[in-house]
Design a protein around this ligand. Structure first.
Ligand code: NAD
Length: 454
């Protein structure tokens, strides 16, 4: 833990605080990521069989957009914010200072292995912190290229890149060093472990977790458009997306039409045999493949269903489930299997939705404002879309995060900067006015105080 103590000393030297320093680090990071573009494409392809186009949109391109925004906006983000002062404190002035947190830990998963490690880093650097990065060991090629980028760009006292088995490395780090903040992206189960480790030392956390994100399709929706948007979100990255629609609840009267249109969309996106196209990804490892393959027996396969273990391939699949209590409806699917459930009464749909509280995302397809409002109010969720799927996370003006079981805190755009800053409240009072009424003894002033505090 000597390395971490050195980071603490580096942070406390104040070296990371100035605007010039932070901006220079962000610019260096940008240059390094651009210079390693091909290596990033190759690594992500190796880990997840993601095409370079999909990789760019969802990994390094996504990250670069966040990074460029931070470079452009850093000056205004760092400015202290003046706020009004109440009468009690007249003639003081009040302002909020965004203060760096210190030495922070960022832990990321394998499914968007570049994006989910590097995008939080932008906020942490912009906010003036020292950072320990712990990527997922389950995407080893991407883990290696990020290591190269980080270690060739930053001093180890400033940004430290730590690899290894999370179950060993993370507790070792958190039990032996008091971080100023921990940001974890990954499963809800490990999120609980991180939260417990952090609680011991009252370390604040941001938890970006998973869960079953439902999608409602009302009969008044544009079914063709809904089908395309659902299929793209569900089957990109072979369904291994935290905000992918986990299952679809569709009004019975348009169920067949929706199935037909999703089927057409799958062929349009991935051709008749998705296994042969560059556009369709693979399951990360055999363990996940085995877990997913079992779900295929939880219902009638309407579309797809083909698997190839040697290639870690599972075809884009639509499933008519047998029983709402089956395994496929209990846990987050996190693969290219989409259960489609018809409903006639909204109450029946609502009963299913209520089984898994606080999803990371909730999607509604409808052309009616009334329906939209009703569903938005009915289901508390981290975020979501109306007539779209997953795209809310691509707008940096929106905070991205879960609630309850799907997470706590948020990031993206300025929200990332805020996540890694402490909002320090400062009241500045001049000395030229110093009325004695403010000082004890207070006896006899109750009437005055009642006029002020009411
Ligand atoms: P993972 O297994 O790669 O684990 C994530 C990180 O936790 C890794 O760095 C790993 O080393 C570490 N880790 C694993 N076990 C640990 C332990 N016992 N103690 C401490 N650290 C440990 O990834 P995963 O958890 O399988 O990721 C998939 C999940 O992440 C899904 O549930 C998905 O929905 C969720 N996810 C959420 C978001 C989001 O933004 N909310 C984004 C992507 C993925």
């Amino acid at each position: 833990m000597e390395k971490l103590e050195k980071m603490r000393a580096y942070f406390e030297s104040g070296a990371t605080q100035s605007y010039e320093f932070r901006k220079a680090q962000l610019q260096k990071l940008k240059a390094a990521v651009v210079a390693h573009e091909q290596e990033i494409f190759d690594a992500v392809y190796k880990d997840l069989r993601k095409s370079k186009e999909e990789c760019y949109i969802t990994e390094n391109g996504f990250f670069l957009t966040e990074l460029s925004l931070a470079i452009n906006k850093l000056n205004s983000w760092m400015k202290q914010e003046s706020v009004r002062t109440n009468l009690l404190n007249f003639p003081s002035k009040s302002f909020i200072v965004s203060e760096p947190l210190g030495v922070v830990l960022i832990i990321s998963p394998w499914n968007y292995p570049f994006n989910l490690m590097m995008t939080p880093l932008v906020g942490a650097i912009a906010a003036g912190n020292c950072v320990v990065m712990k990527p997922s060991e389950l995407a080893p090629a991407t883990e290696a290229v990020m290591k190269k980028i980080i270690e060739s760009t930053f001093d180890k006292n400033y940004i430290l890149y730590v690899v290894g088995d999370g179950a060993t490395v993370v507790p070792e780090l958190m039990n032996n060093f008091i971080f100023d903040h921990v940001m974890y992206t990954g499963s809800t189960a490990v999120g609980k472990i991180i939260y417990e480790l952090a609680a011991k030392n009252l370390v604040p956390v941001t938890l970006e977790l998973g869960g079953k994100s439902p999608c409602i399709v009302e009969a008044d929706a544009d079914i063709k458009v809904a089908a395309k948007r659902i299929a793209m979100a569900k089957f990109s990255n072979a369904g291994q997306t935290c905000v992918a629609p986990d299952y679809v609840l569709v009004q019975q009267s348009v169920k067949d039409e929706l199935i037909n249109e999703i089927k057409k969309a799958i062929v349009q996106f991935f051709e008749v045999d998705a296994q042969k196209t560059e556009a369709f990804g693979r399951i990360i490892n055999e363990r996940q493949f085995n877990r997913l393959e079992k779900y295929l027996s939880n219902g009638k396969i309407l579309v797809g269903g083909k698997t190839d273990k040697a290639d870690l391939y599972i075809e884009p699949t639509l499933l008519e489930i047998n029983n709402i209590n089956d395994a496929v409806m209990q846990a987050e699917i996190f693969g290219p299997i989409l259960p489609i459930i018809g409903y006639t009464e909204k109450a029946a749909a609502l009963a299913i939705l209520k089984i898994h509280k606080n999803p990371l995302a909730f999607y509604i397809f409808t052309s009616s404002i009334k329906n939209e409002k009703k569903w938005l109010q009915a289901i508390p969720a981290g975020g979501g879309c109306v007539n779209n799927v997953t795209m809310h996370l691509s707008n940096h003006h929106l905070p991205f995060g879960g609630r309850g079981a799907s997470g706590t805190g948020s990031y993206h755009g300025k929200f990332s900067f805020d996540t890694f800053s402490h909002k320090k409240s400062v009241l500045k009072t001049p000395t030229w006015l110093d009325p004695s009424v403010k000082y004890p003894p207070f006896k006899g002033r109750l009437g005055l105080f009642k006029k002020i505090f009411k």
